[in-house]
Write a protein that binds this ligand. Structure first.
Ligand code: NDP
Length: 339
């Protein structure tokens, strides 16, 4: 079967493409900038093709979805470097997801798995990740479109709203378009911060690194004077997220489900101490952000319930923080040699 992966240049998508090919599917990837295709075609020489989609929110996706059985939707802006949150985050995320769903429905695609986020689950009004609480697939970020379009909001808040509002729009569309006797399933995967090996060719400089990988790189880039605030101390390894996507295709366990994915919790201070400074990377000592600058955590760290992933997808094991961090740092040091 042919699987369409949207946004194949992305950090997550690289792992999703590799896992989907490995599972025996053919993959077509949408790409904004056609000049980036050849590197990907070289990387995945078999059963892989690309198609240029300049803007997932407005393009006609008829050709892109032709002959496709399943869609794995990852393309969505994840950047805090913005001037207008509504135009640069909310609209592309919401309209992109709806555009993909409409094209899927028109083509008779059977299943669309959407990359949502813990950002669509967490409740910042109740403490967000800093509370003695286990979030589940029943929890929703309460932010409305109106609240997310007020002036001068922090970009991270608007990004979180873009994930919530696009996921909400997806479920609404699914509900309105799931007719009896027609197979058309929607699933969402909801990981918190995704870390793990950054394999994307498009990271040609520190500035072009994806947002989550850049969060790790900043710890040893030598540029930070103080340990950053711990904003979202929950993670899932990118390889586990990719696994969940493939399992959502191979089984019906995630059909019409939200699937939280949780690898564990961490603090930046522990990250620096446990891995880079004291144990495995003493050579990075001089580049590491000074440890004494760490602030205490603002509260207990919330948890995220993996029951759906375990029971419905059979995803029982999650890569632990030390392994994720270690592999992330290795990949970033390898990328850095090319910069
Ligand atoms: P990247 O920035 O690496 O990937 C984003 C991808 O989306 C890129 O391929 C980008 O294309 C594409 N894209 C962005 N806007 C558009 C648009 N308007 N039209 C077409 N393509 C677009 O980030 P990630 O891989 O981390 O993110 C992938 C998905 O995972 C996103 O949906 C994100 O919200 C979600 N997510 C990420 C988490 C993380 O910690 N990384 C956590 C939870 C969810 P181009 O390369 O051309 O810019």
């Amino acid at each position: 079967p042919l699987v369409l992966v949207t946004g194949v240049t992305g950090f997550l998508a690289q792992h999703v493409v590799a896992a989907t090919l490995k599972a025996g599917y053919r993959v077509r990837g949408t790409i904004r900038d056609g000049s980036k295709s050849s590197a990907l075609l070289q990387k995945y020489p078999d059963n892989f093709e690309t198609t240029v989609v300049a803007d997932i929110a407005s393009a006609d996706l008829k050709q892109a979805v032709k002959g496709v059985k399943y869609i794995l939707h990852t393309a969505s802006p994840y950047t805090f470097n913005i001037k207008d949150g509504e135009e640069e985050l909310l609209k592309p995320a919401i309209n992109g997801t709806l555009n993909v769903l409409k094209a899927a429905k028109a083509e008779g695609v059977q299943k669309v798995v959407i990359t949502s986020s813990f950002a669509a689950i967490t409740n910042s009004q109740a403490g967000g990740p800093w509370r003695d609480y286990t979030y589940t697939e029943r929890d929703w970020n309460p932010t409305t479109y109106e609240e997310a379009t007020k002036p001068n909001l922090p970009p991270a808040f608007v990004y979180a709203a873009s994930k919530k509002l696009s996921e909400e729009a997806a479920w609404k569309y699914a509900k309105e378009n799931q007719l009896i006797l027609i197979l058309f399933f929607v699933s969402t995967v909801n990981p918190p911060m995704i870390y793990g090996p950054a394999l994307q060719e498009s990271a040609t400089s520190p500035e072009t690194l994806n947002t989550s990988s850049a969060a790790i790189y900043q710890l040893f880039s030598g540029k930070l004077q103080a340990i950053p605030d711990d904003r979202l101390p929950l993670f899932c390894d990118v390889r586990d997220v990719a696994k969940a996507f493939v399992l959502a295709l191979q089984t019906d366990g995630a059909d019409n489900m939200r699937v939280p994915l949780f690898g564990g919790a961490f603090l930046w201070k522990e990250a620096s101490i446990s891995y880079m400074l004291l144990i495995t990377r003493p050579e990075l000592k001089d580049r590491i952000v000074p440890l004494h600058t760490a602030k205490p955590a603002p509260g207990p760290i919330a948890s995220l319930d993996n029951t759906v992933a375990k029971q419905n997808l059979g995803l029982h094991e999650f890569i632990p923080w030390k392994q994720t961090l270690s592999d992330t740092v290795d990949s970033l040091l390898a990328l850095e040699k090319r910069w």
